[in-house]
Design a protein around this ligand. Structure first.
Ligand code: SAH
Ligand code: SF4
Length: 419
């Protein structure tokens, strides 16, 4: 039996695409291997949002060159944001790679009559479903629109059929993915929006939970917020990247909103969706970010108190407006210092927020086993570990929280499970 290996680096979109590739290979009789060395087919699925990620892919490709030389029968394929209209250039740079294909595209060398959205026979209880590709926003630092192209929404009926099929195969929770899910559907003939899609999916029997990411503060509507509040399966968890607490920096990033607008949005969300867990993304050291502008970001995070903050040092990406027009003039040391400050601040905020859950009972969906314990998640997206010998995979159970940390929770199973 031929063996395959998929190496993934990047965001949920990359992971979702890799899961689909893996299921396609399995349908064609391939078997997964633990290491690239044993595989007959190796796929690298890589993100290039930051230079460091691109470097990791290039290093990996250089290592694989040795393997390919030793075993010319090996098939080597590359996908992800690294691959766009530059395929000819990539072929020249990496002549030993057999196939380059764009993210989300079908691995064209596998002969088949099936569509691109092959689903696994045995999906995990919690599954990612892309609802759109690409992005139209052109934030000045971001390479995504160049690499993944303009926004293309998948038709509502196609997504709905796919989720129904996933649920039939055992999926209990679905996370809808897109670079800006708040603009879902504007390119479709009858212009459905995310609220319509959530309403349709919420009606699927046996589906327990719905999540979605990423939201964009400039496009999040009151209609959507009220829909989230109304639908029972939509979880109280949102990722709403603010990127900076300085209006000047937000403008230089071309994010299309102000700090004041963002703050109002958070107030509206928290008043209409009780128990909402919020996370955000921050870039530190954007060109010309002063100590004072950084302080504004710090202050905004102290004020809004997120459950999680994903922070990155600004990384200039060739082609983007910021890389072409703005000098990368905050030193690497200073960027790292700012990143550490935000991470420390967030650690203490998350310690307090999670600490409030101590002694409470939470409903979790069990996702799998991890180091001998069951790994599960609350509706608010927090990781919970617990022990138990019976079979709990895919079940909703109640857990009494006994220990908390900024990153996860631990607890014990309450008798009388939810379902
Ligand atoms: N579409 C989403 C996420 C895009 S990429 C959004 O609009 O927020 C995920 C995160 O990577 C971004 O939120 C941003 O914080 C970070 N990122 C993107 N480009 C970057 C760059 N050039 N340097 C550093 N971080 C970057
Ligand atoms: Fe990049 Fe901005 Fe699009 Fe997000 S919204 S993918 S940050 S261009």
């Amino acid at each position: 039996m031929p063996q395959y290996y998929v190496w993934t680096i990047g965001c949920q979109m990359n992971k979702a695409e890799s899961e689909r590739l893996a299921s396609l290979f399995e349908q064609r009789g391939y078997q997964a291997t633990a290491t690239a060395e044993q595989a007959d087919l190796i796929v690298l699925n890589g993100c290039v949002v930051r230079q460091s990620a691109e470097n990791r892919i290039t290093n990996k490709l250089n290592n694989l060159k040795v393997l390919k030389k030793a075993r010319p029968g090996l098939t080597l394929a590359v996908t992800g944001c690294l691959v766009d209209s530059n395929i000819e250039q990539l072929k020249q740079d990496f002549p030993y790679v057999d196939h380059f294909f764009k993210p989300g595209d079908y691995p064209y060398w596998l002969e088949t009559t099936e569509g691109t959205q092959a689903l696994p026979q045995h999906p995990p209880p919690s599954f990612y479903v892309p609802i759109m590709q690409g992005c139209d926003n052109f934030c000045t630092y971001c390479i995504v629109p160049y690499r993944r192209g303009r926004e293309r929404s998948r038709p509502l009926a196609v997504i709905s059929d796919e989720v129904r099929e996933l649920v039939r195969r055992g999926v209990r929770e679905v996370t809808l993915l897109g670079q800006n899910v708040d603009s879902y559907g504007h390119d479709l003939p009858d212009k459905p929006d995310l609220a319509d899609l959530l309403t349709e999916l919420n009606a699927i029997d046996d589906l327990a939970r719905l999540r979605f990411l990423t939201n964009h503060p400039k496009d999040m509507s009151t209609r959507l917020i009220e829909t989230i509040a109304r639908l029972d399966k939509v979880c109280e968890q949102l990722n709403l990247p603010v990127q900076s607490g300085s209006n000047d920096i937000l403008q230089a990033m071309r994010r299309g909103y102000t700090v004041e607008h963002y703050r109002q949005l958070i107030t509206e969300l928290r008043s209409k969706i009780p128990g909402l867990a919020l996370s955000t993304d921050i870039i530190v050291g954007f060109p010309s970010e002063s100590a004072e502008q950084f302080q504004q970001t710090f202050n905004l995070l102290s004020e809004l108190r997120f459950d999680a903050v994903h922070v990155a040092c600004y990384s200039p990406r060739a082609e983007t407006i910021a890389a072409r027009e703005l000098e990368d003039n905050v030193s690497a040391t200073e960027k790292k210092r700012r990143l550490d400050i935000i991470e420390q601040q967030q650690e203490s905020i998350a310690t307090e927020i999670n600490g409030q859950l101590l002694g409470t009972a939470v409903e979790v969906l069990v996702e799998g086993k991890n180091k001998g314990k069951w790994q599960s998640r609350t509706r608010s997206g927090k990781l919970v570990f617990f022990s138990g010998n019976s079979h709990h995979l895919g079940q909703l159970v109640n857990i009494r929280i006994e220990k908390t940390s900024p990153w996860s929770l631990q607890g014990r199973l309450e008798t009388g499970k939810s379902n």
